[in-house]
Design a binder for this molecule. Sequence first.
Ligand SMILES: NC(=O)c1ccc[n+]([C@@H]2O[C@H](COP(=O)([O-])OP(=O)(O)OC[C@H]3O[C@@H](n4cnc5c(N)ncnc54)[C@H](O)[C@@H]3O)[C@@H](O)[C@H]2O)c1
Length: 372
Amino acid sequence: MLNILFIQEPSVNSTEYHKLTKDDRFNVIKYILATDGSITKESFIEFLMQCNRDGVQINGIFAGFPAFHPIGGLTQDIIELPIFHENVKCIALCSRGINFVDLETLTKYNIELFHYDDSSSDSNIAINQVGNDVADCAMWHVLEGFRKFSLFMNETITTKHSIKSRQVIRDDGTTKFAFGHELNANQFVLSPRGQRALILGMGSIGCLIATKLQYGLGMEIHYSKRGGPIKNDSWKYHPMDNLHEELYQFDAIVIALPGTTETFHLVDTTFLSKCKNDNLILVNVGRASIFDMEAITQGLSKGQIRHLGMDVFTNEPLIDSCLLDSRNKNKVTYTPHIGSGTKQVFDQSTDLAITQLTRWLLPSDTSSSRSH
Ligand SMILES: NC(=O)c1ccc[n+]([C@@H]2O[C@H](COP(=O)([O-])OP(=O)(O)OC[C@H]3O[C@@H](n4cnc5c(N)ncnc54)[C@H](O)[C@@H]3O)[C@@H](O)[C@H]2O)c1
């Protein structure tokens, strides 16, 4: 019997989880690392020791979201414990990103770490569901940048009146009727149709953002990435090393890049100085580290940035102060890192993680979806 420890709750809709609970080759053990601080690293280690005293060896770990984060990560001292590295053969995360895990020490002990990967048709999953759902989130922020629907909705909630909610306040404080095309005396609601979007990063997320902005909003698509262009004749490629010279022409810039040392503060004061100097829409669904937030804050205050849309934050889970600043309330939209937060992704991530664990632990198993 192989023991799989669940340190986070799986999706109750997961077919693979239900199969696992009925499979007599596996035993499901749960010790949930709660996010409220009630379980510490010490209590987790004590739990492992108790398992050992009871003669139960943990062979695989379903880490889910947010994995080991509540106890400060899967650190070297935990992995170095013989009761850990002598028994655990594999760990499966539900997130695509691998954060708070000491990969080097896991590799030293040949412990396999799986993460969410929906790019292959190998398993019974919807391919690139994450890319699709994050791209929806990016498209919403871009649309908000042009049309400002949330702003009008909030005004309607406040005024309970469909005319007053779109009224424009003149510089002298008087109001006038508005068709809905004016935000204030100097700013207009715009159609995204025919406007130019630059997408930075053209991986599984970037390509779907491009498709949605092109076919959903009617935008002209430009993109940049490392390693040369992709095969698509209707999107225009700009090499990264010449990007600054091209920035003047874009109405919306969408970030779908990973947070790396190379992309750190890619969007800084110099970058912004090359962009158009008003009505710029900036959206980030990649990583906040790509933005130099001081430069962005200045861009907002001097009126260069018409709209800032963010699904990622510098010190998550905290929200960047420029987004919370009341002076920017009509210029920002933010979502709490929920780009991929759909039921479909949640259910599928459990299915994938369990498939990865069971395949690794029983490599010769050829039954059902667990076969190689
Ligand atoms: N907001 C969310 O909920 C959410 C969810 C999943 C992923 N993400 C973020 O989105 C990022 C992109 O995800 P993906 O699945 O499309 O990744 P991917 O690996 O499929 O694509 C990354 C793209 O970025 C490009 N790139 C990487 N480094 C670069 C550099 N230094 N300069 C220029 N281009 C570079 C690559 O060429 C590729 O086109 C992830 O790394 C993650 O940070 C966010």
